[in-house]
Structures are given as structure tokens and as C-alpha cells.
Design a protein around this ligand. Structure first.
Ligand code: ADP
Ligand code: ZN
Length: 735
């Protein structure tokens, strides 16, 4: 992420042939004829024939000089949709993202048209009202209809037909005779106007300064990036709400990006407390109807504030004035299927194209963002203390080498004792373990057989609630057999290691009177159940919460004062150069849930390596030390942001094919002294769903146009065929 776009193409007068980009996996726009009487300009949303289907598309350019020989063979645009055109700003964003990530332009466009690909947004509902004198010929059906409409008000056409028990044709007949009139129903606005002065916060002096900077950013206008760098519980949300309030006053739109929809529940309420109404939501779990309505409301500019997952970055805002990226360091911002893009980085791109401010917020910024702040490219807005004088949690290590849990247990005696005290005081405790299921491995005590997925390079995870052994990579599952399939021994299978379900069992044994709850993504059936469970915790109806990273981030649980990290070393051992950063961020976040409201929070790290720099930095509350050493390592190894990376993942049904293609591709890499191509080597997950995966890592110096280099390499290099597949990931998150 180095260069930001600069120039803007000009627009022309309507033409008879237009190039239309359609949301499928291709780069180029197709030419279509414009039927007589239709006038089209770039950005217009149209329906066009594509093969046997009709699809939505967007006019990307006018084609003033179409090839006359082709002209007669072109198909016509079928229809122009009655929705606002995609603005120049969004079309440039699509082009930019596609060029940068090497994703097909049509696939990027698809993210903008997520209101139903074939339908378009909700059709305008029609209403009917009584306007003329009664008809000459009266029938019982007509009489029933006119009775209902006698109030002279506008009624929904289909509603009134249903109520009167008549077909729509009866209404049309009366319209022809001048008795009734059909007109569009006013669309219900799903997003009422937020009131910027509904309940302004009472700021601490530190917050007040930050809020002042926020307002200044918005009033100054133009592209600017700021980082709210505030400890957990410092009130980052309240502070960036001031920027949002200012944008509402200007009558423009704000987008608040959240890494996970798990975080939006409490957020919607907090927003409503501040602004009087809830913001508009955008995420994958909206019903098609709500999705269409929200899309239309965003495109029309009625929705003033949108809170959404990463895909909301591609919505057709009528007048976007501000982007907030909450928990900007979060890995969930990286989209790994379809188009590979990092929503935080693309948000910065969008802000620069739209010439608007962007605010990133985090207690543990990504190393990239931290470096940008240190170099002054981003304005740092510090919030070094918690709101209301609350102390930061005190963090202690529990050295598992010296204080191990009892055999078959995972909670050390000291941690168990502390949990007991917390419950006695009427407080909550959180046990954090980033591992779903009951146990990560099942093995046979008799012969040593281990249960592995047959098509992935992974162990099967024991899930007791579902009563199955499950592969976390492909979803394959099987019942836990009564005997070992290898040696036939009975009753010899043992669960090895803990998952959250197993911890719950242990906690329930240790504290039989405590109310426990497991929060893990695989146990959650819908966003409603998740919100209900998070509410139960917030209201104090749970004593011990056992959770994966789903509970680590963003939530406010007022009675939670103790956090126990069951395996603090878990994320450190996977060989990923970002492992230290990730672990530091995650543990900081999860311990940051403690002591936010009253009392002193404490965090316990069960670890085998209390001397590890990540543990030392956490225990000493020394963030500075952590960033200093991490930045130093990246600088010396030329890893991002001091160098650039891309990864090319090659996969095939067999190993030699994948590896062979990897070699061929590597040897076709154009020579450039600023670039280094490493590999092919087995990808971190060497087999997924029966596909063997190899990886080339492409490393370049900072400021190098890696996308362009990759494009010319792939254009000249060997082509994938058969079941070979090549995936390009520019700025990979794990490397
Ligand atoms: P962060 O996102 O920095 O962890 P939050 O924005 O969630 O912190 O704030 C932490 C808690 O403090 C929340 O319950 C929030 O409502 C409260 N809070 C923060 N600032 C204020 C304020 N100025 N007035 C009242 N409550 C505040
Ligand atoms: Zn599998």
C-alpha cells in the first residue's frame, strides 16, 4: 500500500454504444448498443443480456467509435434501472482496487451491486387512492374496494387488493375509468436522521482535546488520516462520534467499519444513546429485502451513518464525508476469498479518492499504521488513560513450568483460586482460549493412531456439543467411533489438549454453582442469538465466560474484572512473522475487557515462556518496547512496511503438478534487482480439500509497483490449465 490514486477521468456526452462492466470474473467491459430513446452515461446502472441471462451492470464508458463491423452484432441494453448512477468516485475505486489486487474488475464491481444481482433494488411500491366519481357499472368487488378507499388516502396497491379480495385488474379497470389513481408509495426510510446534539458526551479533558481534533478534521475537509491511539476503555468510540456528529451536521454520510458483526450489537445501542436513532447496518446476514432497502437508502443519501463489515466499503454512497475504521489492526479486515483485499487499506484509498478524512482507531495499532503515525503521515490522537479514572488491568504471568495444572486439567491452581475469589465478590471471570471445540486432537492410547482429515493437512477437532470430529478447514466431519479404526482397541481414544468446550467442563467441575457460558463462533446459529448471549453477559447473568476471539474484542461487560488466558503461547508457535504482533494485539484486547467499569481488572497469562518479549511487554504494560523491537525486526528483514510482499498460491489435485508449476512460474519471473522471488515452498497449510498448495513469496523494496510487476509476469509466464489454480494475494497478512 504505497501509492494513492491522483487523477480523475473526464465525462462526455451520451453515445450510441456503451461499454458495460458486469459483475462476473472478467476485467473488460462489454459493448452494448443503446436503444433509441434511452440516454446513458457512465455510472448508470443497467440490465444487459449476458449469454442466456440478463444481469445488472454499470456503464463504464461511452464508446464513441465502435467498430462498424461489430455494431450490428452487438446486443442492446435491456433497461436502465431507476437508481442513482454509480458515482465517478466509486468507479475509480473499483478500477483502483482491481489494478492493485489483480482481482477481476467485474468481481470488484460485484461488491458494489450487492443488492440482488438480477433484480436490482426493491421495486418501487405503488399506491392507489380515490380521486374521481364512482363508476357507471358497480360490482360487489368494486364496491368492496371503494369502501376501503373512501377515506381518500393512499393505500398500498397490493395490500388493498388483498384486503378487498379482488384481483389487481379490478383496480386497473377503475384507474382507466378515472375513479382511482395509481401513484408511487413514499418509500419508508430505514434510516431516520441522527440528531448530532441528542446526548453529547461529557468529556474528560483528554477526550475533549481529542474530540476537538476530530471536529477540526471534518471541518477542514479533504483527505487526511488520523489514528485514535487509545488504551482499552479510553472512550475511543465516544471520541470518534464527535467526527460523525460533525459530518451529520454537514448533511453528509459517514461509514463506520467494524471488523466483525459480533461487535455491532452493543454498538447500535450506544450509537442510539448518543444520536437518538440507530445507524443503518450492512453485513452478510441482512435479509434480501433489508439489503435492497438499505442499499437504496445509502445510494439515495438518506442513510446518514452506516455501520458495517468490510463489504460496506464498496457501497454507492451518495455523499460520503467520513470513514472510521474501528479496531483497525484486526485481521478480519482482510478478505481472503474472491477478491483478496485489506479493507483498512482500501478504506484509505477510498478516502483519498473521495478527498475526505479517515479515522483509524485501535489500542494496539498494526505495525504498518504505527509506522505511518511515527512518520507523521497519520495524525496521532492519543488517549493514554481509561475514562472515569479506571485503572488499566494488572497483568501477571503464571509460569506453567513451575505451576502446572493437575493432570488432565488446563486451569492452574492459582488461576482457579483467583476465579473463585472473583465469583465470591459477585464479579465475572473470562477464560480465553482461541480454540473451538472440545479438543484439537484425538488419539488412540493403544496404537498411537491420530485422527486426521483425509483431504486436508490437519487434525480433526473433537466437538462434543455436535458429537463429531470436525475438520476446521474443509468442514468434513464424522462421528467419534467407539473403537480405534486402526487397531480395533475399544475405549482407547483420548482427547488431547483443550478447546473451549473442554474448559467449560473443567470450570463447571471446579465451580459447580457458577453459571458458565461458552461463546464460540461454531455454537452460534444467528446474529440474534449471539446478540442475546452477549446481552446476558453484559447484564451479569453469567459468572464464568469461556470464549474464543469472539469475546476478545470491543465488548463492554461491566462486571468482568478477571481475564485468564489459558494458553498465552498458542499464537506464537506457528512460524508466521506476524505471530508476535498478532498475539500482542489479541491478548491486549482480551485482557482489556477487564475492569472497565468498577474495581481493578486483572489478567493472568498462563505461559511456558514468561520471558518472551510479547509476555514481557504485556506484563510491564510497555507497548513502546514492543513496537520498538517489532519495528526494528521488520526494518532489518525488509518486511512490511519496510518492504513489500505478495504471495502466489498454486494449488492442484496432486503434489508434483502444483510444485512443478510453481517452479515454472518462478523461473519465468522477470529480472528486477528490486524484487526477490522465494520458493516454491509448501504453503503454510500444505493440503486443503485434497488440493496440494505451494507458495511463491514475492518480496520487493518499498515504493515498488508490485502489482504491475506481477501483472506483466503473469501475462508472460506459464498459464494454469486443468485443475491448476493460481491465487494472487498482494500484501498477504500471513507470510
Ligand atoms: P474503547 O473503545 O476505547 O475501549 P469505549 O469507547 O468503549 O472505549 O468506552 C469505554 C466505556 O467508557 C464505555 O462504557 C463508554 O460508554 C464509557 N465512556 C467513555 N467516554 C465517556 C464519556 N465521556 N462519558 C460517559 N461515558 C464514557
Ligand atoms: Zn479437511
Amino acid at each position: 500500500m504505497d501509492d494513492l490514486p491522483t487523477s480523475s477521468p473526464a465525462s462526455h456526452a451520451p453515445a450510441s454504444v456503451v461499454d458495460v462492466l458486469v459483475p462476473v470474473a472478467i476485467d473488460q467491459a462489454y459493448s452494448y448498443r443503446v436503444p433509441r430513446g434511452l440516454s446513458l452515461k457512465p455510472g448508470d446502472v443497467v440490465a444487459v443480456p449476458l449469454g442466456a441471462r440478463e444481469v445488472l451492470g454499470v456503464v463504464w464508458a461511452e464508446n464513441p467509435n465502435p467498430d462498424p463491423r461489430l455494431h450490428n452484432r452487438l446486443k442492446d441494453v435491456a433497461e436502465k434501472l431507476d437508481v442513482p448512477p454509480l458515482r465517478d468516485e466509486l468507479r475509480r475505486m473499483v478500477d483502483w482496487v482491481s489494478t492493485y489486487t489483480l482481482s477481476a474488475r467485474g468481481m470488484v464491481l460485484r461488491m458494489c451491486l450487492r443488492m440482488g444481482e438480477h433484480l436490482g433494488p426493491e421495486r418501487q411500491r405503488m399506491g392507489v387512492r380515490l380521486v374521481g366519481s364512482p363508476p357507471q357499472r358497480m360490482t360487489p368487488a368494486r364496491r368492496r374496494l371503494l369502501e376501503i378507499l373512501s377515506d381518500g388516502l393512499l393505500h398500498g396497491k397490493s395490500d388493498v387488493a388483498k384486503e378487498a379480495g379482488v384481483s389487481p385488474g379490478v383496480i386497473d379497470g377503475l384507474v382507466d375509468e378515472g375513479t382511482l389513481q395509481v401513484e408511487p408509495m413514499p418509500r419508508e426510510n430505514p434510516a431516520p436522521e441522527p440528531d448530532p446534539d441528542f446526548a453529547p458526551a461529557d468529556f474528560s479533558p483528554e477526550q475533549a482535546r481529542a474530540a476537538e481534533t476530530m471536529r477540526g478534521l471534518v471541518t477542514a475537509g479533504g483527505f487526511q488520516a488520523a489514528l485514535i491511539d487509545g488504551v482499552t476503555g479510553s472512550g475511543k468510540t465516544e471520541v470518534y462520534f464527535e467526527a460523525v456528529a460533525e459530518v451529520v451536521r454537514q448533511g453528509r454520510q459517514s461509514l463506520i467499519l467494524m471488523p466483525e458483526i459480533a461487535l455491532t450489537g452493543q454498538f447500535l445501542d450506544r450509537f442510539a444513546q448518543r444520536f437518538g436513532v440507530r445507524p443503518l447496518e450492512w453485513h452478510s446476514e441482512l435479509t434480501p429485502r433489508t439489503r435492497a432497502r438499505n442499499w437504496a437508502s445509502i445510494a439515495a443519501g438518506e442513510a446518514r451513518v452506516v455501520v458495517g463489515a468490510r463489504s460496506s466499503l464498496f457501497l454507492p454512497y451518495a455523499d460520503l464525508g467520513l470513514i472510521i475504521v474501528d479496531e483497525e489492526h484486526d485481521q478480519a479486515y482482510k478478505q481472503e476469498d474472491g477478491a483478496h483485499y485489506h479493507a483498512r487499506d482500501m478504506a484509505v484509498v477510498r478516502a483519498s479518492i473521495a478527498k475526505i478524512p479517515i479515522v483509524l482507531a485501535s489500542a494496539t495499532p498494526s505495525v504498518e499504521t504505527e509506522v505511518n503515525a511515527r512518520k507523521g503521515r497519520y495524525t496521532r490522537i492519543p488517549l493514554p488513560s481509561r475514562f472515569g479514572g479506571q485503572h488499566m488491568p494488572q497483568i501477571e504471568a503464571i509460569d506453567l513450568r513451575r505451576e502446572p495444572p493437575m493432570r488432565g486439567r488446563f486451569i492452574s491452581p492459582r488461576l482457579a483460586e483467583q476465579i473463585g475469589f472473583a465469583i465470591e465478590r459477585g464479579e465475572q471471570a473470562l477464560l480465553f482460549l482461541n480454540r473451538r471445540g472440545y479438543a484439537p486432537l484425538t488419539l488412540c492410547r493403544a496404537c498411537g493412531h491420530r485422527f486426521a482429515c483425509t483431504i486436508c493437512d490437519a487434525w480433526l477437532v473433537d466437538h462434543r456439543f455436535r458429537q463429531r470430529l470436525v475438520c476446521h478447514h474443509c468442514g468434513f466431519s464424522m462421528p467419534r467411533p467407539p473403537a480405534c479404526p486402526h487397531c480395533g482397541a475399544e475405549g482407547s481414544l483420548v482427547a488431547v489438549g483443550p478447546g473451549v468446550e473442554r474448559l467449560q467442563e473443567e470450570a463447571a467441575n471446579l465451580f459447580p454453582n457458577a453459571r458458565t457460558m461458552v461463546l464460540s463462533s461454531d455454537l452460534i446459529t444467528s446474529i440474534e442469538t449471539m446478540r442475546a448471549e452477549l446481552n446476558e453477559i453484559a447484564e451479569g447473568r453469567v459468572d464464568i465466560i469461556i470464549g474464543t476471539q469472539l469475546v476478545a474484542k470491543g465488548h463492554n461487560f461491566p462486571r468482568l474484572n478477571l481475564v485468564g488466558v489459558v494458553d498465552a503461547d498458542l499464537g506464537l508457535s506457528n512460524g508466521d512473522p506476524r505471530a508476535a504482533e498478532r498475539t500482542f494485539q489479541l491478548l491486549n484486547q482480551v485482557i482489556g475487557r477487564a475492569g472497565r467499569d468498577q474495581g481493578r481488572g486483572v489478567g493472568f497469562l498462563q505461559t511456558h515462556q514468561p520471558e518472551h518479549p510479547v509476555m514481557k511487554a504485556l506484563i510491564a504494560c510497555d507497548r513502546e518496547a514492543f513496537y520498538a523491537s517489532e519495528i526494528d525486526i521488520r526494518e532489518r528483514t525488509l518486511y512490511p512496511p519496510f518492504g513489500r510482499l505478495a504471495s502466489l498460491i498454486i494449488s492442484a489435485g496432486d503434489r508434483p503438478t502444483a510444485e512443478g508449476f510453481g517452479r515454472q512460474l518462478a523461473s519465468a519471473a522477470p529480472f528486477d534487482e528490486r524484487v526477490q522471488v522465494l520458493g516454491p515452498a509448501e504453503a503454510p497449510l500444505a493440503v486443503i480439500k485434497g488440493r496440494y498448495r505451494f507458495r511463491l513469496l514475492v518480496k520487493s523494496v518499498r515504493g515498488f509497483d508490485l502489482s504491475n510487476y506481477l501483472r506483466s509476469w503473469l501475462a508472460k509466464g506459464p498459464k494454469t490449465k486443468g485443475n491448476l489454480k493460481l491465487e494472487v494475494d498482494v500484501d498477504p497478512q500471513s507470510f
